[in-house]
Design a protein around this ligand. Structure first.
Ligand code: NAD
Length: 369
């Protein structure tokens, strides 16, 4: 088992990565569970595959698991579902010192984490991430949120979990497209801060997808280490360090908005395309070579992820995409910082980007390649 500490003054916790963690969930979590009753929030897809394992493990250890099974999908990150979760937690008499288990992908983690942040001014929660994206990204770092009609993740709180158990077994039931979306976040850590890990991803990406357990453990562990390091340095995104994790997100967010945040483009796929665009835009600005931008594109393409926005058939121009960026929550006093590359493995925050220039660049991308 790999154990990665997330070091935060007074709120440090561990991320454990291994196979079989859900089957041992009671043993892993028991020091944190004060009562017999253990509330677990999940979604219908995850429940179909993993409820029995978690239920049996908790029951065998003398706990009484209580289940709230929500409809799967981004729609759960809403005011209406939050209210339902809050009422359920209150009915279950969850108190401040208790822990709620969040069993699922980023949607369940973000929603349950936010509910835990505001229940009686904050109770504990444990992340049991079941998607690759949640294991390498969303379950670590304490960002919790729901969506508002004005945009995604606009209502939320920083609230760190007490423990994260990333069970690699859960990846066996994950649809291939969701694996790809999570893998975009894995390769992101290489592109933004670790060239050797990017090299590893180029060579071992296929093994991760083929279910090679060792490769998966390495990919998840290295990603969590990278995220934990950055979160420990800049928990609340105040120094600019954590903002580097948004590599590909500004372009990606515009593409997600243009496709209506629908199945047409999953979040991770938007990030993958966004990283290609960030690399090419970095080359346009003279920061990296065209060859390095092509290497980023090839690595993303080789993972089966979309790498050309021309292929999306968007039916819009660069200006329309740039306009979506104006509503980005990273807008700061009228400017939008962009994460660009000085090199593969060396990202930086550029606060001097002109959206006019970005729109012109995107016009070219929408037609070319
Ligand atoms: N908090 C953060 O720091 C952070 C970071 C990145 C993304 N996010 C958020 O994460 C969300 C996306 O997360 P996601 O990609 O995990 O989506 P998700 O939670 O919707 O899961 C994707 C799909 O896979 C299913 N699923 C989950 N685990 C499964 C398993 N083991 N087997 C079979 N099916 C399974 C789900 O039911 C769902 O249909 C977005 O809302 C995004 O905003 C948050």
């Amino acid at each position: 088992m790999a154990v990665i500490p997330v070091e935060l003054a007074g709120r440090s916790y561990e991320v454990r990565v291994d196979s079989g963690l859900l089957a041992d969930v009671a043993g892993q979590c028991s020091p944190l569970l004060r009562k017999k009753r253990v509330p677990v929030v999940t979604d219908a897809n995850v429940a179909r595959h993993w409820r029995e394992t978690v239920d049996a493990a908790l029951s065998a250890a003398g706990f009484e698991p209580r289940w709230l099974v929500l409809e799967a999908g981004e729609g759960a990150k809403s005011w209406a579902v939050l209210e339902l979760v809050m009422d359920w937690l209150l009915a279950e008499e969850v108190e401040r010192g208790d822990h709620v288990l969040a069993l699922g992908g980023g949607v369940i983690g973000d929603l349950t984490g936010f509910a835990a942040a505001i229940l009686k001014r904050g109770c504990g929660f444990i992340q049991l991430p079941t998607t690759l994206l949640a294991q390498v990204d969303s379950s670590v770092g304490g960002k919790t949120a729901i969506n508002a009609s004005a945009g995604k993740n606009l209502v939320g709180a920083f609230h760190q979990p007490s423990l994260v158990l990333a069970d690699l077994d859960t990846l066996t039931t994950l649809p291939q497209r969701e694996m790809g979306a999570g893998y975009a976040e894995v390769i992101k850590y290489g592109i933004l801060g670790d060239r050797a890990f990017f090299d590893w991803c180029e060579a071992n990406g296929p093994a991760v997808f083929a279910g090679d357990r060792e490769a998966q453990e390495y990919a998840v562990t290295e990603s969590v280490k990278a995220k934990a390091r950055i979160v420990a340095e800049d928990e609340r995104e105040t120094t600019g360090k954590r903002a580097l994790l948004n590599l590909g997100h500004t372009f990606g967010h515009a593409l997600e908005a243009q496709t209506g945040f629908s199945e047409r483009l999953l979040h991770g796929e938007g990030v993958a395309l966004g990283m290609v665009l960030a690399a090419r835009y970095s080359a346009r600005r003279g920061y990296i070579t065209d060859e390095d931008a092509a290497r980023v594109t090839a690595a993303i393409d080789a993972a089966g992820l979309p790498s050309e926005i021309a292929a999306l058939g968007l039916n819009c121009n660069g200006r329309a995409l740039a306009d979506h960026m104006l509503h980005d929550k990273k807008m700061d006093a009228g400017t939008l910082p962009f994460v660009l590359l000085r090199n593969i493995g060396d990202a930086f925050l550029d606060k001097q980007v002109s959206l006019e220039d970005v729109a012109e660049f995107l016009d070219g991308e929408l037609q070319a390649h």
